[in-house]
Write a protein that binds this ligand. Structure first.
Ligand SMILES: [Zn+2]
Length: 100
């Protein structure tokens, strides 16, 4: 199941030839690699076992879509976080840290 490289949602239509990106919005944002890694670091710094996605969003002063996208990347690409729910992530899903 291929996911968008930016937002981490399941990819139904790819708008990029080089990467996997679901929309022009994601394609534009994906170019800003500094912002991506900064946001991922911020998420990692506030996350703790069992925290809700919406609490991560509230703790950080970033765009909600960007924050949830960073959480999905950490789950589906980096594998440093996970969810127990057998569904796509939403604001009320708990996030857990993968033990290294
Ligand atoms: Zn996307």
């Amino acid at each position: 199941m291929q996911r968008c490289d930016y937002c981490g949602r399941i990819l139904y239509k790819n708008v990029s030839e080089k990467y996997f990106l679901c929309s022009s919005k994601c394609r534009t944002k994906y170019k800003n690699t500094k912002y991506l890694s900064k946001l991922e670091q911020s998420v990692t710094s506030v996350v703790k076992n069992g925290i809700l996605v919406k609490d991560i969003v509230n703790k950080l002063d970033y765009d909600k879509f960007d924050t949830v996208s960073a959480i999905r990347r950490l789950i589906y690409q980096k594998g440093s976080l996970y969810i127990k729910a057998n569904s796509e992530i939403n604001l009320n899903v708990q996030v857990f840290i993968v033990r290294k």
